[in-house]
Design a protein around this ligand. Sequence first.
Ligand code: NA7
Length: 531
Amino acid sequence: MPDADVDVAIVGAGFAGLYMLHRLRGMGFRAQVLEAGSGVGGTWYWNRYPGARCDVESIQYSYQFDDDLQQEWEWSERYATQPELLRYAEHVADRFDLRRDIRFDTRVAAATFDEAGRRWVLETEAGDRVTGTWCVMATGCLSSFNTPDFPGRDSFDGATYHTGRWPHEGVDFSGRRVAVIGTGSSAIQSIPIIAEQAEHLTVFQRTANYTIPAHNTPLDPEAVRRVKADYPALRAWGKRMVNGIAFHPNPKPAGEATAEERRDVYERRWAEGGLTFMAAFGDLMLDDEANATAADFVRGKIREIVTDPETAGKLCPTNIIGCKRLCVDTGYYATYNRPNVTLVDISEAPIEAITPAGVKAQGVEHAVDAIVFATGFDAMTGALTRIDIRGAGGVRLRDKWRDGPRSYLGLAVAGFPNLFTVTGPGSPSVLTNMLPSIEQHVEWISDCFRYLRGRGIDRIEATVTAEDDWVAHNAEVAGNTLRSTCSSWYVGANVPGKPRVFMPYIGGFPAYVERCDAIAAKGYEGFALGA
Ligand code: NA7
């Protein structure tokens, strides 16, 4: 590929990068996207494991920037599958003719700010260079996959897979003995399907997880028609909610309800299915005792569903419900009633080794033909720190973030002029419906570029003071909820050695947007602007 010089270099062609490119083009900027994959879609390009689905309802997990697009696209199910989401991303790329400015199969190895030339210089693994006045990292929150360094990991004779890098041609587990390591969302979605195929499935569980039934169903055309008759109203409702999803929260504290009333409310939420289970009462993420009422209810459901009491006991989580991200499943707990499924609890003693024959835990070697690592991601920061990003004076982002990510609004980083992150750490991102969060960031960043261009300004940098204040505010609001209290990927706990910092901003989508808008209205307060 020839070297290129553009106004904006964008890394990533997921939902963030696609919209960034489209909006910048509309404003007359020259932009180029560099994408490691061979196609668009980002998270939905890579995560092709069986059962992969979005846990936000399709009617809301979609772009709203173009009314024709939202009117013409037809989702088929309540929760979109990965293939349908990928088709949607491809449709958007085609509809807006985006591919001609995307370099596929191009992984960015380094990004360096050239102070004298006022440009970001991006170098690809193949040695090509793309330079831009501005650089936007649209690299995703769950894109840097994590395979723990189990002793003997590479000695296994059979096939290994990671849910986040699933083979495009799919995998047929028929007649094979399969191990799944991990019980996060990816495992919980794939286990019921792998169990149907495999001769035997052994699941290695370090931490039991809460999951709520999806009750997935084909979308009712009449219900869709009603939404589309006033789509902006649904979108506006979503934007008023803390997590960017239109739903009906119950503000009442759990303690103010009788035990019977609580049971009714939880039953209703369970029957509705999905993430809004946690909206059953207003204080579930604020108060231990309130939280325990919801956790007890789900544990009761697990014991009802799973026939073997010992297995049911192992599957019952003991931590705060909703502290790790809640999962949404189709038939997960019931899968353990199958005769060909075994649950191995490794909470007390970790996996000892991967051996040529299988997985060894508690002195027992479990012989398998295939291992699925459903072990998650180096979330939020991994995709950024694995690129050698160097800001002013050659400072490396990896070094700056050694004790945890620091940013201003999750959009910019002091010492890294002209660089922006879409849904970066310090923004609501993964605690919200990602699509409206992505749109809000893309619009804020591109409006900022237009503002700067209009004033002949070619340098912008978050100030250290603004960044410090934002980081402190993040920590303060995180401290007010139960969410920061457990070992989740929100705090980097799943990656050995990663500093424990609550990474997403938990102050809520509306408050965050208000703050971003106010900062822009004040001429980008907290940023140093230089000509
Ligand atoms: P998650 O949610 O991070 O789950 C990863 C799972 O892998 C989880 O159960 C981990 O246990 C387990 N894990 C990680 N490392 C190990 C080791 N060393 N030994 C045993 N087990 C391990 O990733 P997912 O891909 O499932 O989901 C990510 C998000 O995507 C999800 O939240 C949704 O938002 C969509 P742990 O809980 O750390 O004890």
